[in-house]
Each structure stands twice: as C-alpha cells, then as structure tokens.
Design a protein around this ligand. Structure first.
Ligand code: CDP
Ligand code: MG
Length: 835
C-alpha cells in the first residue's frame, strides 16, 4: 500500500479551477435584491428623462404619492363590512392589547425581544402593526419590513393569512419568498421569508439597504440559520442605526436573547390558552384499554413492575441514565407488531416503537368517546407519517372518509396540500392531522382540541469527534412537550396524550440543544467566508452559544479538502460559487463537476434528488415489492443514484404520455417528490447557466452523459469522503468505512440485493447511526475513479497502478481533452484489471 501523491488529485482540481476561472461567474441574479422597494418605484418616473430618477426629490415624490394610495386603500378596507369583521377578530388576539406598548418600544429601541404563546398574534400581527401605522402616517411606501420564518410552509401560510387580513391579494403590500417560490410585487412592503433567504440576501446586500425593520421569528427554536442571523445582525446594527430588529419567541426564555443584545428590552404578551389536560402513557393505557402485549412476553418486565421499577430508580439515577434505561426497556418490550419491523428497519427506535397500534387506539378512543374537535399528532418524520397514514386508512372505523378526514403536515409537502390542514372538517367528520414537529410552534391550526405526542423528533446530531452527522429521532425537550400540549388549548380546553411515561418526561432536557451545536458547519462556514465576516473561528465565537472548536475545525478542513478554501482560509473561486448555491457545498461541487465534464443532466438529477429526499417509497407491508421495483431501475449499475436518474427520466417520459400517475404507483415512487426534484433541477440549471458554467446549447453539456463511468466519477467527486470499501470474504460481503469500521447498507439500497459487487468501493451521501452505522444511497466506484476524483484517500492502490496513472497525467491535463478522459479511464480500468 502506498500513499497517493496529492499532485494527482490536484490535477483534477486544477482542471476544475481553470474552468471556473474561464467561466463568466455572474452572481448578480442569484441573490435576491428585488425586494428593495426603492428600486422598484422607478417605474413611475419618466424614463425618457434619465436625470429624473437620479433626483432624490422625484423619488421622494413618487413614494409619497404611493403612500397616500396605500392609506386610501387601507382606510377603505377597514371601513368595509368584511374589513370590520376582520378587524374585530384581530382585536380579539392577545397581541392587540399590547399594540401601543409594542409600537412605542420599537420606535424607541433598536432591538426588542417579544415573547408570547403560540397563536397570540406575534407573527401575523406585529409586523402588520408596523406596516399599518406607517401607512396611516402617510409613510407606507417608505418602510420595508422583513419577517423571517424557520420553515417554508410557515412563511407561505402566514403571508397568505396577513394579506387576507388586509383585504388584498398576496403579492400586494404583503408577499413571501422561500426557496423555489415567491410571490411579491412592486408594492410589497412586508415580506415573509425563510431565514435562509435573508442570509442569502445578505450575501449581496451586506447592509440590508432599504430595509427598515427585521423580525426574526421563532428564535426559541434555536435553528442554525436564526443563530447565524443574530450574529450577523448584531454586527450590522451599529452600521445601520436606523434599522429596527425585533426578535420573537414562543417561550419565556427571552432573557438569553436580551442579554445577547446588551440588555434589549423584553415584552411579554400574556396568553389566553385554555387549560389542557396532560395524559401520560400510564393514563393513556388505562383510557384506551390498550394492552402492551409484549411486556408479558418479556419475563421479568411485567407491565406494572416496569413502571414501578422506573419510579423507584428515579431519585438514584442520573437523568440521562434514566432516559437510556427507559429507552432500553421500551425497545426491549418493542410491542409485538413492531419488533420485527424494528429489527430490520432503520427507524427502529422511533416513536412508532411505542406502536402505531397504540396511536390507533388513541384515535379510536377520541372518535368514539370524546367531544368534537380536531386531532393533531406529532410524529418524527415523513416516513413514519406515511406509514401511519397507510395503516389508519386500512382501519374499519378510522379509514372511513365519511367519519375521519386524515391529513398530513410536513416540511416538504405541496402548497395545495398545506392549505387543506387549515380548513375545517365537515360536520361529524373528525379531522386528524399527522404532523412533524413543524406544527409545534410556527403554524396554527385553529380547531385542534386533541394532541397526540410521541415524544420524539428527528434531530440532526453531530459527533465532532468522529465527524459524523446523524439524523436520529431523539427525545424532545420539556419545553417542546409543553409547546405541543399547548396546541390543544387554542379554542377551548383540550386533551393531550403523551405516549411516554411521566418519568420519561421528567428526564427530558429542559430546552433543546441549539442546532448550531449539533450539525456539521460546512455550509455555515462557507457563508461566513463569502459574507467576509472575518476568521471563521472568531466569528462563530460570537454566537449565542458558540460551537466546539473541533466542529469548526472539521468544517474548515472539509472546505479546504473540496477546494472551497485555500490553505489560508481564503475563499476560492469555487468556494465563492458554492456559497451562492442553495445546496450543501459538496453537492454544489458535484454540479459544477457535472457541468465541466459534460454529463450535466444525470448529475443534476442526482443532486436535486439528494437535496430533496428519496422518491422511492417503502411501504411497510410491501417492502419487498418496493425493493424489487427499485432494483428494476438499477440494471447492473450497482448504484442507487443511477436508479434515481432512471426513475426520474422514466417519470418524465410517462408524464409526456399522460401515464405519470400509473407509473409512480407501479414503481413505488412519490410523484410529489419527483415534482420537487423537477423544480429544483430547473433552479440549479438556471443558476449554473447564469454563472456561465453551462453552454447555451443543452446537448453540449450532455455530450458525455451516456458514459456511466463518468457519471459515477462525478458522483464520487461530490460525495467523497463518503467512502466504504467492499470486502469480499469467502461467500459473504461486508462494508467498512475508515471512521466507523463495519457498516450496513440501508434495506432499500439496490446494492443490498447483490451477492457480490464488482467494485472495490461504494461512495455514499449519507450515513445514519442507529446502533450500527447504516449507509443510505450508494454507488460502486473503481480504484481509478477514486484516485482521480476522490480527494485524498490513501490506501488500497498499489505502486504499480500509480505508475500507470502518472503516465497519463499530461494527457489528462489538457482541458480540451476532457472528452478523451474516458478513453483514458477505460485504459486504466483494463490495466488495473489485468494486473
Ligand atoms: O405567531 P403567533 O403564534 O403568536 O400567532 P399567529 O401566527 O400570528 O396567529 C394569530 C392568530 O391568527 C391565530 O391564533 C389564528 O387564530 C389566526 N390565524 C389564522 O386564522 N390562520 C393562519 N394561517 C394563521 C393565523
Ligand atoms: Mg408565529
């Protein structure tokens, strides 16, 4: 075994750099500058007279005229019958009582922190109060308010709601902007956007010129983007003395944020929620008469005995030990129908271990015995939601659409679907909404009376020591549990069924760990660099709770490895480009490589697929069929990524023929996910074209797309260092990574279906740790691919191989010969095989 000289990879990197240097990198259109109300007012100026729009006084006049129009409209609406009715409703919200106090506090202070229970009117009312008062004072067109939301769906639904409250169509004074979508016009002065969008805007507009107010909403969630925004805004405030920053939180820990901004005043909006009765697992079992059958099967854990043991142990054990203990006990018992599933599925310890059957029992209890009112169920993720949905649909009572309206609510659902969850069910029909924890704080479904809380949320955790990101369902915090419970008390008193024992609740952490402390910082560090915010380490040490130095170092090392940063931490051309792409840097690099090596189309599909989610569905009861269906797309590629490309292309064909629905159904594909992949493809395509990385004629970008090995190589260039070696021993095959040792393949991977894989390596995008490490989608690659495209991996290749490679280097270096690369590769493969 020898060490591969870095120079070898540098050649590939060099080629990449050269292309980037030659491309007309044009970042102008990528960012979002058009919110600026000033610029958009020019349309009223006499364009034949260029001097007129250089004259400040003309601009001033235009804006004044527009402000008066806005005031007329607002007054007319508020006088109209619908307007009056709406105003009545708005006045009933708790935020209304604090309106004057809030407005004057905002006028007097640059930063304020506002807290108040979910539903009290923070998001829909506060930005609107400012807008209204500016309009009323005849300055409406001079203000520009941005309000960030952690999730797309909340930005969209809230904007829609506020424009309705104002009697306007969306895109008039109120608009929204999220990735891939947005509605706003020249008159938009209140914009709801995701925090990611505001960060992106900061890239091209460092001072937020023209913006008068920034609201950062849901800061209690401590999302990474929000924490990042706070550092940047804190830095910006001294430069923009006139800018107002309003932080909003659903919980009471406003102090933390206030202190961060040098003792900014805090205002609490007293709530009006109705009491909610909390039932823990013990009570739920009693209420529903549900028997945890498998407890009896495990000899020494009688049902009662177990809970008793737990309680006795409580004072003696440390809290986290208890959590583990309960977790262990619960999973040991893994209720009958789930034990088999748990064993072979990745989601083995998600709340469904508590049992979908138990959840079903709770639904039946509510439907049969409880008063009217909608049910909101908190689950960990889309997989669980769709499994539960399928199960419930097959149930004799719950599956009857005349009695139960079953809806789902998760981050990636389509807009049309989102609207459904806000609608009332017909009389005598019980609305049940299966949701992820996004329904916890940022969206308000009015008619919820019952909440079912599984106690877990999918949370990325990050182990800096092993540099392994993991997406695992983990226990929520006490604050989250309270928040979930509170969702039941919106319109009347409610009931909450927590599907875990009280002792587990008591062992929950008080608050959730901020995202900044539990995710890899790759994208974030890249953004810090492109915003020119100084040294990464120094900048991040100014965070509310700074991440560990090791985590920062890992990210910097990673960025250096993919060539986004140079040795001195300066942003490279590639890095600059990657920071503009709304995608993980390594996937961004894959896109760029795909463009340069002229196999853009398949790579585009892979990147879009990896940044949306897997379109291959895996229904619990039809796993085998689904697996077979997927493997039909793989032929002998040994690649989940290629299977994705084929499935997408097949879908496009089917769509043209009008048989897309049938195609998806037959192949266990999610049409919705394919649609999302489709729109993301379009967006990436636009950005790369805009940056000058693509030829105008599409076929030129795809002259090598048919070359599977090349596509494989490009996938490898993006996913590296996600590499597992394929170990064949006797008749069995296993997989190993450098960090984790033995790893397993995800059950739905096409590679899990082969007895042998004729490639020495698998590249993969994601690994998930559940007791052992599982790798999800993977693609087989050869030694030569790994050497040329895979960064600095240092084993598995002999000196002989190297010599051969060296011989080809000069040939390879000529960029115009990229096309010939595959002649080279085929040679290489032959040579390597011969040996
Ligand atoms: O932000 P916060 O949780 O404090 O409340 P909000 O989102 O501003 O919602 C205030 C009220 O507006 C809610 O209690 C709902 O009654 C209503 N609302 C609605 O009817 N439809 C929406 N899409 C959003 C809010
Ligand atoms: Mg809100």
């Amino acid at each position: 075994e020898v060490v591969i000289p870095l120079s070898l990879q540098r050649r590939v990197e060099g080629l990449l750099q050269e292309h980037l240097d030659r491309a007309q990198l044009n970042f102008g259109k990528v960012g979002d500058n058009s919110v600026d109300s000033m610029a958009s007012s020019i349309e009223n100026v006499n364009l034949d007279d260029p001097d007129s729009f250089l004259d400040g006084s003309v601009m001033e006049k235009v804006l004044q005229r527009r402000s008066l129009k806005m005031r007329d409209f607002q007054r007319a609406w508020q006088e109209s019958p619908e307007g009056k009715q709406m105003l009545e409703f708005r006045k009933s919200l708790p935020a209304h009582k604090e309106k004057d106090r809030l407005l004057s506090a905002i006028a007097r202070n640059q930063v304020i922190v506002i807290s108040g229970e979910t539903g009290c009117g923070k998001t829909t009312q506060l930005p609107q109060y400012i807008l209204e008062s500016e309009i009323e004072s005849g300055r409406g067109a001079f203000c520009s308010i941005i309000c960030t939301q952690p999730r797309r769906i909340s930005a969209m639904s809230v904007a829609e709601r506020v424009s309705t409250e104002r009697g306007e169509p969306l895109g008039e004074s109120v608009g929204y902007k999220v990735r891939l979508e947005g509605v706003k016009g020249k008159n938009t002065h209140l914009l709801f956007c995701t925090s990611g969008i505001l960060l992106r805007r900061l890239l091209s507009d460092r001072n937020l010129d023209g913006i008068t107010h920034v609201f950062v909403d849901e800061i209690h969630e401590r999302g990474m983007n929000e924490d990042f925004l706070l550092i940047v805004l804190k830095d910006l405030l001294p430069r923009r003395r006139d800018l107002r920053l309003i932080l909003m939180s659903a919980t009471l820990n406003a102090e933390l944020f206030s202190n961060y901004f040098g003792g900014a005043p805090t205002i609490h909006i007293p709530g009006f929620t109705h009491p909610v009765k909390a039932h823990f697992l013990e009570d739920v079992l009693e209420l529903t008469g549900y028997k945890l059958t498998s407890f009896n099967q495990v000899d020494d854990y009688g049902q009662d005995k177990m809970w008793k043991t737990q309680r006795q142990l409580l004072p003696r054990k440390r809290k986290n030990q208890i959590t583990t203990l309960v977790e262990e006990a619960l999973s040991r018992s893994s209720f009958e129908s789930y034990s088999s599933r748990a064993r072979d599925s990745l989601s083995c310890w998600t709340p469904d271990c508590i049992g979908f059957n138990l959840i079903e029992a709770v639904f039946c209890h509510i439907c049969r015995k409880e008063r009217p009112g909608a049910v909101l169920v908190f689950m960990t993720g889309w997989e669980d939601i769709s499994c539960l949905r399928d199960q419930v649909k097959a149930h004799p009572l719950l599956g009857d659409p005349n009695r139960v309206l079953l809806l789902t609510c998760h981050g990636s659902m389509a807009t049309s679907e989102q609207k459904l969850i806000f609608e009332k069910a017909p009389p005598n029909v019980r609305k049940i909404v299966l949701a992820t924890n996004m329904a916890e704080a940022s969206i308000t479904i009015n008619d919820i009376v019952f909440v079912v809380d599984c106690g877990k949320a999918k949370e990325t955790t990050y182990d800096a020591l092993n540099n392994t990101p993991c997406l695992l369902p983990s226990w929520i915090s006490q604050a989250s549990a309270r928040q979930r419970r509170g969702r039941a008390g919106r319109v009347q008193s409610g009931e909450c069924y927590h599907l875990y024992p009280r002792c587990v609740y008591e062992a929950f952490a008080e608050y959730q760990l901020p995202e900044l402390l539990r995710t890899p910082l790759n994208s974030l560090c890249l953004q810090i660099k492109s915003l020119q915010l100084g040294t990464i380490g120094e900048f991040l040490s100014a965070a509310l709770q700074p991440p560990a130095p090791l985590a920062v170092q890992n990210a910097v090392d990673f960025l250096k490895m993919i060539g986004a940063l140079d040795e001195k931490e300066n942003l490279s051309n590639l890095g600059q480009f990657l920071s503009m792409l709304p995608v993980d840097p390594k996937l961004g690099k894959m896109l760029v490589m795909g463009a340069i090596f002229r196999c853009f189309d398949p790579v585009l599909t892979v990147v879009a697929g990896l940044s949306v989610r897997d379109p291959f569905l895996l229904p619990q009861d039809k796993k085998d069929l689904a697996g077979t269906a997927k493997s039909r797309f793989s032929a002998k590629d040994y690649s989940d990524h290629m299977a994705l490309v084929r499935a997408y292309e097949g879908w496009k064909d089917a769509e043209r023929e009008g048989s897309a629905y049938e195609y998806c159904w037959r192949n266990f594909l999610s049409a919705q996910t394919l649609q999302a992949i489709h729109s993301l493809r379009k967006q990436f395509n636009f950005i790369l074209k805009d940056a000058g990385l693509l030829e105008t004629e599409p076929s030129k970008n795809n002259s090598l797309s048919h070359n599977q090995s090349l596509v494989r190589a490009i996938i490898c260039s993006g996913l590296f260092p996600g590499i597992a070696s394929v170990v064949h021993r006797e008749s069995s095959m296993s997989f190993k990574t450098m960090d984790d040792g033995q790893v397993l393949l995800y059950a739905n991977s096409v590679n899990a279906r082969y007895q042998t894989i004729p490639y020495p390596w698998l590249v993969f995008g994601e690994k998930v740790k559940v007791n052992t490490v599982f790798i999800r989608d993977s693609t087989g690659v050869s030694d030569s691919i790994l050497i040329l495209f895979g960064g600095s991996l240092t084993h598995g290749v002999s000196a002989g191989h190297l010599k051969m490679l060296e011989g080809y280097i000069d040939f390879f270096m000529d960029p115009s010969l990229a096309e010939c690369f595959w002649a080279l590769r085929a040679e290489l493969d032959k040579l390597l095989q011969r040996k």
